[in-house]
Structures are given as C-alpha cells and as structure tokens.
Design a protein around this ligand. Sequence first.
Ligand code: NDP
Ligand code: OXD
Length: 316
Amino acid sequence: MSARKRTLLFVVPVNWAPLWETQIQAADPDLIIKVQGRDEYTPTDVGYALSFRPPPGLFKTLPNLKAVFSLGAGVDGFLLDTDYPRRVPLVRFINKWLSLEMAQYAVLHTLMHHRQQPMFYAFQKARKWRQGAPQRKTADTRVSILGFGEIGQLAGERLRDLGFPVAGWSRTKKNVSGIESFAGDADLRPFLARSDILICLLPLTPETRGILNAETFAAMPVGAAVINAARGGHLVERDLIAALDSNHLSGATLDVFETEPLPPDNPLWDHPKVTVTPHVAGISDPREAAHFVIDGIARIERGEKLEGVVDFDRGY
Ligand code: NDP
Ligand code: OXD
C-alpha cells in the first residue's frame, strides 16, 4: 500500500488534536497522521481527512483525497465550502452513543419543561414553598420532533416510552411504532399545532435555516416550549425572545447558537425563560470516532459502500 493512500489529515483546532490523534493512532498504528497547522505535509500524500468545521478551500488542494470524515453528525460546517470537491465522499458520524446522549438531552429538557422545573428553582431561590399550577398530565403533553432521522427517532422512542404522545416531522414519511409521522412542507402546520414541546433535531440546510421563527411559534399552542439541540442557524433569536416575552411560549432550552461561544452581551444568557447550555447535547467520543474513521478507511480500500455519505444536493 502506498504512503499516499494511508495519510490522514486532521483538520481541527491544533489544541484538540492530541486527544483524537492518540485514539486514532492506537486503532491503526500504520496510519500516518498529519495535523493541519501543526505538521508539514505534502498535499498529494493525503488520502483521507477528518474535520468538523474545515477552512473553505482546503480540500480542493488535496488531489488524491478519497474521503472526508466528519467528527460530528451535522455537516453544515463542510457545506459552507463551495469549493468542496464533490467527487470526494463526505461521511458523517453516525454513532449510537452520540445519538443516545442527544436523546438523553431531549428527554431531560422535555421533562424540565413538562414538570415546570425552572419555576421550582425560582421558588427554591426565594425560599417559597409553592406547588404552582397543577401538573399537566403526561398524556396531554404532545411532544413534536422536527427532524426525525437517526437522533430524532431515538429521542422520539425514549419520550414515547415515558408516556408522551410523540410525533416526528421529516422530509419522507416514517413508520415508527406508536409515533405519528408528519412529512414535508404541507404537514408542517398541523404538526406545529400539536406541539406542546417542540424539539429541533434537523440538519442545517438552506431549507431548514431559520425554521424556528415567529410564524412557527404562532402556529404552536399558547404555553408551548421549544428545545433547540440542532444548530443555532435554525433559530431566529429575536423571534423567540418576542414569543417568550408575549407569553405565547412558556420557555426554551437552547444548546446551539448562531454565534458560538454565545457572546456575553446576548440577551438569551439571562432571559428568565431560557435555559442555555454550551453545545454539549451530544459530544463525539474520540475512541468511537477513531473506530469510525479506521473502519471507513478499511471499507473504502476494500471497495465497499459506506454508511452516512452526505447527499450534497439534499444538504445532509
Ligand atoms: P439525520 O440526517 O439522520 O436526520 C435528519 C432528519 O431531518 C431526517 O429525518 C430528515 O428527513 C429531516 N429533514 C432534513 N431536511 C428536512 C426538510 N427540509 N424538511 C423536513 N425534514 C427534513 O441527522 P441526525 O439525526 O444524525 O442529526 C440531526 C442534527 O443534530 C445534526 O445535523 C446536527 O445539526 C445536530 N446535532 C447536534 C449536536 C449537539 O451537540 N447539539 C450533536 C449531534 C447532532 P428524511 O428522514 O426524510 O431524510
Ligand atoms: C454534531 C455536533 O453535529 O456535535 O455532532 O454538533
């Protein structure tokens, strides 16, 4: 096997590299790993690349690239690169542990809103022994998942098993036991109308950018809550703040933001109805990612098909 086929270029902030590099090297000691910005490399030697938000234009300078692997499930960071050579498969990270963490996040924050936990935190802080409004029944709290793919379906199944009436919205119809499927633009409004808690788990594409907006919130029931664990670009922040301030929405949980880190002067930080987490809903595990890359390279070299190859026209 030539050196060219076995060189992996790692394109991440240099301080991230050691953690991942150690795991990948342990999984395949023969692989030559070069870190962009730290190591010298010859562009023609690079057969594979691993990244999350690569600098636009880099991949077109690597003429022998056979595949690019994404460290994350979302690939919007790659699709910003208009020079990406589309002959090179882009493979996204599909991983059961990542999906499980995302499903946990969805369950945790659904329960926070359903059980009115932010209100109880406020009562505790004020040393008030109050039960608040009567607890709404689980069977009356309709949970809706925008983006019913790998992560959305797992989250939906976990929430269904807790007794919530769950629905998922996707481009194509799904058949998941006990979960109502809505598909396409025509189904969006009826889907939103049954969303007491709306969880966004969509990929960020030109079609889904800004989907969490004033019109969407107006189509949801009064008192509904929103959870965005997908991408900040899905949310129009000022529309969310207006819907919360008018009491149309009761609360929101946000893990992702248009600008990350969230700037200190962003009003979402201290909005009383907003819970902010710093893009931690699901974090790719380096050991799992190492196996994903090594397995992907081996499959390519055996001429086999890969799971998770991105469709550039669809955008995910
Ligand atoms: P998938 O590709 O498996 O699922 C995407 C779903 O969205 C599919 O059901 C797809 O429909 C649907 N969809 C896409 N475009 C449209 C559209 N225009 N209209 C209706 N439905 C649409 O992705 P994953 O579940 O693996 O990941 C989802 C996202 O979660 C990632 O893209 C990423 O942004 C985010 N994420 C965030 C993390 C975090 O830490 N906050 C961690 C991991 C992921 P169909 O099934 O018909 O194709
Ligand atoms: C992902 C992420 O897309 O961590 O996996 O955001």
